[in-house]
Design a protein around this ligand. Structure first.
Ligand code: HEM
Length: 344
């Protein structure tokens, strides 16, 4: 029986990104409605039942609903694993990634359980959130990889610009981590009894906002540097999308700060954090591509036409047989030097 098509695998990987981001937002809804201990124990909801009882009213239903959503996420991520395993030819790189994304779910279930059992300790809440961010990043990588080959890695922008895009991602990671400290110091703890970090919310908010300034500054610099070096349209688009979501997210951040953190805005800020992460991960991934896989024997190679890589239109040097090229200039030069005669 034929395995799933590349398109199916890619769609499932995309669904994994969406489901992982979705559960962050629904998890946020639990915290923002103070339902974090709506099911006071784990894995059961109450000491005697797996489902909420009337004693815990709406909070129980909200927390239990979020737990049920884990099953939806599990189904999607598991379907992705099955699809990459059944895909022909099977690509070990995709199988490995899909399995890691899948293993994130039991890891999150355990961490979520510890979060409940520690009475929503803010540091475990932070770890729970940041692990989700890591899983979203890996799911984005999986999605991008499903649309590429396993050929050699080629840079599609100059190396310093790739480094700059990676720096943006690192600064974003720190911004996200500090954002969770702001939350852990603020009023939205998930339950009236839950502990706080003890930091001054105003001071950590200031640090968070300073990091955001640095992030946006670097992202603007990246956009201009890419433009000045005539980067491919796909990379320019990714850089533009990142800037747009960052500015939107910063606007939500400031508005919520100056309006005493209304839950709707805090929820939107959570969704925005996922979008910024997805956009920044995509930008880094767009700065390189995997070239076409071509036969390594010289005889085979010379009997082939060179096949320009289509995923990033018009900019990639073709992969060369048996060679790993990791600089676009090298790729272009050695392509010119070694170009085999094209048979008509
Ligand atoms: C690209 C821009 C930004 C990103 C990626 C970002 C990310 C985050 C993240 C991940 C959290 C933690 C969410 C949670 O744990 O539930 C957070 C919380 C927060 N952020 Fe930002 N943020 C950005 C911009 C800003 C700005 C400009 C401000 C203005 C002061 C701001 C103010 C806050 C506040 C007050 C919280 C705590 C909300 C709460 O108590 O639940 N953010 N942010």
């Amino acid at each position: 029986m034929a395995g799933p098509s590349q398109r199916t695998v890619s769609r499932l990987a995309l669904a994994s990104v969406v489901a992982n981001a979705g559960i962050v937002v629904t998890g946020g809804a639990v915290r923002l409605t103070a339902s974090g201990l709506g099911c006071p124990t784990w894995p059961r909801c109450t000491e005697t039942t797996y489902t909420p009882t009337s004693e815990y009213a709406a909070h129980g239903l909200i927390e239990f609903g979020n737990r049920l959503l884990t099953f939806v996420l599990t189904a999607i991520v598991m379907a992705t694993v099955v699809a990459v395993v059944r895909q022909r030819p099977r690509r070990r790189s995709l199988v490995r990634l899909a399995v890691v994304v899948f293993l994130g779910i039991p890891a999150q279930a355990v961490l979520g359980g510890i979060t409940v059992l520690t009475g929503l300790n803010p540091w475990t809440v932070m770890a729970h959130f940041l692990l989700s961010m890591l899983l979203i990043g890996l799911a984005v990588l999986l999605h991008v990889r499903t649309r590429e080959s396993d050929g050699p890695v080629l840079l599609v922008v100059k190396q310093p610009l790739r480094r700059l895009s990676q720096l943006v991602l690192v600064v974003l990671a720190v911004t996200l981590a500090v954002g969770t400290v702001v939350t852990g110091s603020g009023p939205h703890s998930g339950d009236v009894e839950a502990g706080r970090t003890g930091f001054s919310p105003a001071s950590v908010s200031q640090l968070h906002a300073d990091l955001v300034m640095l992030l946006i500054g670097l992202s603007i610099a990246t956009w201009f540097a890419l433009k000045a070096t005539d980067a491919p349209p796909a990379v320019m688009r990714a850089a533009g999308v990142l800037l747009a979501v960052e500015v939107g997210q910063a606007a939500i951040g400031w508005t919520q700060y100056f309006t005493s953190l209304p839950v709707v805005l805090v929820g939107a800020h959570l969704a925005g954090a996922c979008l910024v992460l997805i956009a920044a991960s995509r930008l880094v991934l767009m700065t390189r591509a995997h070239g076409a896989v071509v036969p390594v024997s010289a005889k085979d190679a010379h009997s082939l036409r060179y096949d320009p890589i289509s995923s990033v239109p018009g900019r990639l040097a073709p992969a060369l047989p048996g060679k790993r090229v990791d600089k676009i200039a090298d790729a272009r030069e050695s392509h010119e030097r070694d170009r085999p005669p094209v048979r008509r």
